[in-house]
Ligand binder design. Structure first.
Ligand code: ZN
Length: 189
């Protein structure tokens, strides 16, 4: 089922996700719905907060993007990114492993807003997958950016928090308008 995407101004986006202790049938259904929702919206990642659940759960799939490379290392050896796609990360722990790199980012919760964001170029990731099994890998490029953007969501952090002050100022009117529209919509319910 395609779920409605929560927009900036909805308080759930600022909530830290609760840890998932076991992959129940409800969580499995949520994962399937999140993939469907992400694909329908042509996203490369989607966090549980973006569909209204404050949980440590995100899905990522970078295969659609051909012009921005990703890298993957499994146990220190280069691996094919496609081998771990689509990716489910439950209770992820992300550790920076590379120098800061700047690249363009958007967010399904911020329609029409795209900005340059600086983050470590590569990261080490440890998480549970959809089977509740521990997965560990090092990734770089777009995949590392997507993983960091999504893991931020799980902690209530948004990409506007990572923007340079000047960039955020440039979006000030759009951000205020989006926040006001979301709050007005929530009041109607
Ligand atoms: Zn986002």
């Amino acid at each position: 089922m395609i779920l409605p995407i929560v927009k900036y101004g909805n308080p759930v986006l600022r909530k830290k996700g609760a840890r998932i202790e076991s992959v129940t049938p409800e969580i499995k259904q949520l994962i399937a719905d999140m993939f469907e929702t992400m694909e329908a919206n042509h996203g490369v990642g989607l966090a549980a907060q973006q569909v209204g659940h404050a949980l440590q759960l995100t899905v990522v799939d970078v295969r659609e993007v051909k012009d921005r490379p990703s890298t993957l290392e499994l146990k220190g050896k280069p691996a094919d990114v496609a081998d771990i796609m689509p990716l489910v990360l439950i209770n992820p722990e992300v550790t920076p492993a590379g120098e800061p790199a700047t690249g363009g980012e958007g967010c399904l919760s911020f329609p029409e807003i795209f900005a340059e964001i600086t983050r470590p170029e590569s990261v080490d990731v440890k998480a549970l997958n959809e089977k509740g099994k521990v997965i560990e890998f090092r990734c770089g490029g777009l995949l590392a950016r997507a993983v960091q953007h999504e893991t931020d969501h799980l902690n209530g952090i948004l990409f506007i928090d990572r923007m340079e002050r000047k960039t955020k100022e440039e979006f000030r009117d759009e951000l205020d308008a989006l926040q006001a529209a979301t709050k007005a919509e929530l009041k109607k319910r």
